[in-house]
Write a protein that binds this ligand. Structure first.
Ligand SMILES: C[S@@+](CC[C@H](N)C(=O)[O-])C[C@H]1O[C@@H](n2cnc3c(N)ncnc32)[C@H](O)[C@@H]1O
Length: 328
């Protein structure tokens, strides 16, 4: 079957959309790739051409000044964007024919992120205030995203966690997501090395109404963790590791030591725009993540997987571990 051929259903839908288009000339989707392919056949598009992208139908050349369209496409340098095409077409088109003023791009990660936030999240003034306070204090915007914060809260809820350990507080955005999800009477211990970050986080905990549930410990985590262990604390149900990536393997070790069987351990930023697999990298964080995965590969005390993520904070991922052993 010709790749460009339409099923009867697609044809019917195309005609109905074409009718709609005819009523609002000047707004049309152009599938550049398809248009170029037609030109390679030395046959400028002379009839509506449709390409399905997901659920959307994009039309090429419907009702256009076809010779102008063809010229604009022919003269377009490789890699030119849609803006260049619009300018080229509009500069030469027959004024009796519609101008192109909208060229939809394909869906983007950012657009999907907005869609998912809209579909799954409610406005949350308290969390917005946390991010505003972090920005006002000049903290780096390296907190988890809202969708990821909600994921953490769902996981804390799913394991009915009363005891959460977080390594890497920053301004407390992720801490607050998890603190809100604690089972009744629960607490979260969060470790932060930077005094300024800790001060901003403490103010945020007060403002968000979770200060009574949060125990922030200031100092490098490799110093505060042994001190915490020396207190012989009740085992943790959930551990979130999100500090300096160079120490990830040591943090995983502490997490396993301090957690109960069945506890969940999440490690953030384990993909790092793909640099996790760059064997040439000498970056301390990349090396730290690779050591983490070496540990994960060998360590029979945990069962682990990892997920890649895309979205507002780029391409990254989580390692997700469960501590093996008999659950109480
Ligand atoms: C990615 S941010 C944490 C973001 C936070 N979990 C959130 O999503 O809102 C990492 C934090 O770890 C802190 N940090 C870096 N090295 C540390 C260390 N050795 N011990 C404790 N905290 C450290 C940094 O100061 C920073 O605030």
């Amino acid at each position: 079957m010709d790749d460009n051929a339409l099923t009867p259903e697609q044809q019917a839908r195309m005609e109905s959309i074409a009718d709609d288009f005819a009523r609002q000339v000047g707004r049309v989707g152009v599938d550049m790739q398809a248009a170029r392919e037609w030109l390679h056949d030395d046959e400028p598009p002379v009839r509506p051409h449709a390409t399905w992208i997901g659920d959307e139908l994009f039309m090429t050349a419907y009702g256009f000044d076809v010779p102008a369209l063809a010229d604009a496409l022919r003269e377009l340098p490789d890699g030119a964007g849609t803006d260049a095409f619009v300018a080229a077409y509009n500069a030469r088109h027959d004024s009796q024919k519609p101008t192109v003023d909208v060229l939809p791009q394909g869906p983007s990660c950012d657009a999907v992120e907005s869609f998912l936030i809209d579909a799954t999240m409610q406005p949350d003034a308290a969390l917005d205030e946390v991010l505003a306070a972090n920005a006002a204090a000049g903290l780096p915007t390296i907190d988890v995203t809202p969708l990821q914060g909600k994921l953490l809260s769902i996981l804390v809820t799913a394991v009915s966690a009363r005891r959460v350990l977080e390594i890497g507080t920053l301004g407390g955005y992720s801490t607050i997501w998890m603190a809100r999800a604690l089972a009744a009477g629960g607490t979260i211990v969060t470790l932060e090395a930077n005094p300024k970050h800790a001060a901003v986080a403490r103010a945020n905990f007060e403002r968000a109404g979770v200060a009574d549930r949060v125990d922030l410990r200031l100092g490098p985590a490799l110093e505060t963790l042994p001190r915490l262990a020396a207190e012989n604390p009740r085992p943790f149900d959930f551990v979130f590791i999100d500090a300096d990536k160079a120490s990830n393997a040591q943090y995983l070790e502490w997490g396993i030591k301090l957690a109960r069987p069945g506890a969940m351990i999440i490690v953030d930023n384990v993909v790092r725009e793909g640099s996790v697999i760059d064997a040439q990298s000498t970056d301390a964080s990349d090396l730290g993540v690779r050591r983490l995965f070496e540990r994960i590969r060998e360590d029979r005390r945990i069962t682990a997987t990892a997920l890649q993520t895309v979205g507002a904070k780029g391409w990254d991922g989580f390692a997700i571990c469960v501590v093996n052993g008999e659950r109480r």
